[in-house]
Design a protein around this ligand. Sequence first.
Ligand SMILES: [Zn+2]
Length: 151
Amino acid sequence: MDKRQKPRSKIPTWPSISRATASSTAERDEKAHHGKFATAINCMDGRVQLPVINWLRENLSVDYVDMITEPGPDKILAEGTAISVNKHGSDTILVAAHDDCAGNPVARAQHEMHVRQSVIRIRSWNLPVKRIFGAWIGEDWKVEIIEASQN
Ligand SMILES: [Zn+2]
């Protein structure tokens, strides 16, 4: 008899079960939008993905990095071509150029000029971001900030 009564005694807990389900859904919803995002406009070259992601995570405590990849993005931006930036609540945009780039095979000085022009271009889009970084990734695959703009 006792064993049969136990399941019955659980009936009053029904509302709390549905409350728990509701709150865990809300929690999941919150998690989906939680975390700090940055957007990186980077070369499609596989060698430069992790250096950029790691730099943003280590230096800006970013949780997630939205990657926009193009071959030689500094050249594309410097030439005035628009790149679609789908903002994901990120307050930082970083544009990077790198050594040995097949998409923009120019010397470092030219890359640096393209990166600076890219930062100016991105700034002109008036995106609601706090800062725009221009970076150079050398043959050691280390990210070097060469331009920083506060919006
Ligand atoms: Zn490249």
